[in-house]
Design a protein around this ligand. Structure first.
Ligand SMILES: NC(=O)c1ccc[n+]([C@@H]2O[C@H](COP(=O)([O-])OP(=O)(O)OC[C@H]3O[C@@H](n4cnc5c(N)ncnc54)[C@H](OP(=O)(O)O)[C@@H]3O)[C@@H](O)[C@H]2O)c1
Length: 301
């Protein structure tokens, strides 16, 4: 590898955001070094692919500072320099602090914080010698906005949907039908671009009819994505859903809220819902400062 080619070291490049970063840097002609505990299909592909000469992966546990330092040394020896460090490897350990095990707390700190500092220290030596370099630490919105965001995101309607196989199936169906509608609209546009004298009017009518059928089918599925987006928009940060049921145009939202009574107003005011009301009395859990609620509503056409 030419000594002047720029090198990016990305921790946790085996999947997720890290894998995207690896690909992005390779696309920009960087040499890329990455580490993770396990070798994924993505890593195996990179090692076999056309850009393998610009790619280096090692099996390293970020909780082991010696192994991290050895990896940075290896990158320096084999690739000659380090221009960018992206501290991306990280783990999430969601839970209530009072019930977490000490080991879990230590592991999160070691993987998310200590590893980033050890890598930054080791890479900064190269960067100081080179007189240039860049360190990017991937963080989380939780670091600035706290646990309410965690609750809203992790337990938001969209996540709840993904966990519920029936709803996930509906979402998939809606997405497929939307793709088919869009494809048919594209075809219709192409056909309409043909001068009317040359156009097959019967064909136009057939496409229009199939668009109407597809839209009808999509509406029958209850538009789960629209409902999920609306629920996410309307519900405040201190409220999250544990369950969502959608049957045609009837939706049932169950979850927890700091004050469930004030959810009805915003739901009623949002154009996506009609006639929201509690399906059962709200249960207050004093110890957890939260209320359990179940709300029924109609989905606006
Ligand atoms: N996804 C989100 O919603 C979200 C939200 C906020 C912040 N973030 C942050 O964004 C970063 C990337 O997230 P992601 O969703 O792409 O994560 P991901 O899909 O879980 O990937 C994490 C990567 O880090 C590696 N890793 C984890 N623990 C490691 C360890 N002890 N030693 C070495 N490598 C380790 C994993 O590989 P191995 O498991 O094989 O080691 C994997 O390559 C993380 O820092 C995460 O905290 C993500």
């Amino acid at each position: 590898m030419p000594a002047r080619r720029k090198i990016a070291l990305i921790s946790g490049g085996s999947r997720g955001l890290g894998a995207e970063l690896v690909t992005g840097f390779l696309d920009r002609r960087y040499g890329v070094a990455t580490l993770s505990r396990s070798k994924t299909a993505f890593i195996a592909d990179m090692q076999r692919g056309s850009r393998r000469r610009r790619f280096l992966w090692s099996c390293v546990d970020g909780r082991d500072p010696e192994a991290l330092q050895a990896f940075v040394r290896e990158v320096g020896e084999r690739l000659g320099r380090i221009d960018v460090l992206v501290n991306n490897a990280g783990v999430a350990a969601d839970g209530i602090l009072a019930t977490m095990r000490t080991r879990e707390i230590i592991e999160v700190i070691e993987a998310n914080l200590t590893a980033a500092l050890v890598l930054a220290r080791a890479c900064s030596r190269f960067m100081l010698r080179q007189g240039s370099g860049c360190i990017v630490n991937i963080s989380s919105v939780h670091a600035i906005r706290g646990h309410s965001v965690q609750q809203a995101l992790a337990a938001s309607s969209a996540r709840a949907a993904a966990k519920d196989p029936a709803l996930a199936e509906l979402v998939r169906k809606e997405q497929d039908l939307t793709k088919q509608v869009n494809a048919a609209l594209g075809t219709l546009n192409n056909v309409l671009a043909i001068p009317s004298a040359e156009r097959d009017e019967k064909g136009v009518q057939q496409i229009q009819a199939s668009i109407a059928t597809l839209r009808g089918e999509r509406d029958k599925a209850g538009r789960p994505l629209v409902v999920l987006a609306a629920a996410t928009r309307v519900l405040p940060d201190d409220t999250y859903l544990t369950e969502m049921e959608l049957q045609k145009r009837k939706v049932t939202l169950s979850g927890r809220s700091a004050a469930a009574a004030r959810l009805i107003g915003p739901l009623a005011a949002d154009g996506a819902f009609r006639n929201p009301g509690f399906a059962a009395p709200v249960t207050r859990l004093e110890a957890l400062h939260t209320e359990l609620f179940t709300i029924n509503a109609e989905v606006a056409p």
